[in-house]
Design a protein around this ligand. Sequence first.
Ligand code: BES
Ligand code: ZN
Ligand code: ZN
Length: 500
Amino acid sequence: MKAAINEVNFNEIQTEVLIVGTFKHPENTENWSEFVSFYGSSLNKWLKSGDVSTDRKVLTKLPTLQDGQLQRIFFVGLGDRKSLTQDDLRDIFGTVGKELVASKTTKVSIWLESFTNDDIDIEDTTYLAAEGIGMGLYQVPNYKTSSNKVDYYLDEIELLTKSDEQEVLAYFELGQVYAAAVNEARTLVNMPSNVLTATKMAEYAKELAEEYDFEYEELGKKEMEELGMGAILAVNQGSTEEPRLMVMKYRASDDWNDVVGLVGKGVTYDTGGYSIKPKDGLVGMKGDMGGAAAVLGAMRIIGETRPNQNVIAVIAATDNMISGNAFKPDDVITSLSGKTIEILNTDAEGRLVLADAVTYAKQNGANYIVDVATLTGGVIVALGMDKTGALTNDEAFFETFLEASVETGEFVWRLPLTENDKKRLRKSDVADLNNSPGRDGHMIFGGGFVGEFVDNTPWIHLDIAGTSAASTSHDLGPKGGTGAMVRSLATLVERMGEDK
Ligand code: BES
Ligand code: ZN
Ligand code: ZN
């Protein structure tokens, strides 16, 4: 998509649609009177009658009254000027993106100044427009052979502003980078598991690494056996598909001693194994690699923005299947760390693959770890579908992350992890740990189990079982994969780099 910047001159617009931010008192917007004289004075009447709404998130589409290229104006209701937040504006631009898809608009102009207030300047607006519209434009790829194929793309965005061209363009491009990475993660989550196998995911990761010059390493079944990755191997045991561990290193400096590890659960399909899921619980389990998608998306942003922070990404991919070879409850396995695990539930597989992935990240230099995973139904019970659940062992690290998540508008809520919880994870007659201490508060056990493998490394666990896929369409995109945590992880790394 092409982006161009031009001065606010309504008579010169060559695109199909003009997007106009419409606050409750639009007359306070700079150049509003020029806009009214360009559009036609009936506008004042319609604003008064409510035919053009200034209510927040209400979009009014009107045709233009003159001949020319410009066909339509989208009046985007912003409500009260003072109370509009950046999160509101991102969502609003998301709905604009969705409307551009619905109307198949290929060339659009955005009047940037019409969206600003005292707290949201032109740079913020530009960034949020790129990010929000970029996410709103997302369409789920499908396998339909005739109708409804994805055949619409926005070709051109013209930004109308009096501000400095280069600066505005840089913010716009950054927003586009973030949105594109989110959308890629969404597509990975939306892909069926017969298409996105662990091997395929690794091909994707390798290409990503090549594109951005990351060091790349890939472990298959044989390498895992040699290293003793008994946890991920146990999960993979019932499968005809090979597992993959993908490792990417982004070097911001010559020394490798200040490294953030991003660790993702990449279960390409979770049947539950012998602790099999009920049939309604199976549908959607193609998305059990949402953590892997989040890490891959964040790495794409990191590759584009090149922050001043070393990063290692480790993604553990396999499906969780049933066969004569599959692992079973009562099995005892030995993880890469050497810790033994009594399997009580084969459906608590995510924590197993993460155990080995976290250990591998540590062995390869990670001294901060964030793991991200669609780990438990428990987080949905606790927090609903719109909040990511978190655990941590480090207040300061968590604070930095929380600030990043507030910046991106991704809601994260921390749950406690107590000594008593840890005691229950370590309770087993036959092994060091058990993989399922109980259903009470089990989000904590899922993440807490992973915590047993990080030791004293500052660590954050993110359970995105609720947030990774949406069951209905929302402001920032359609039903399906959301790309949850892509932006927060990338922003965390960016902010950590700035502190040096
Ligand atoms: N992949 C699931 C968690 C999940 C549930 C993700 C719903 C997305 C939507 C995970 O592997 C799982 O099965 N967890 C179990 C853990 C239990 C066996 C302790 C769960 O949450 O029921
Ligand atoms: Zn499971
Ligand atoms: Zn799972």
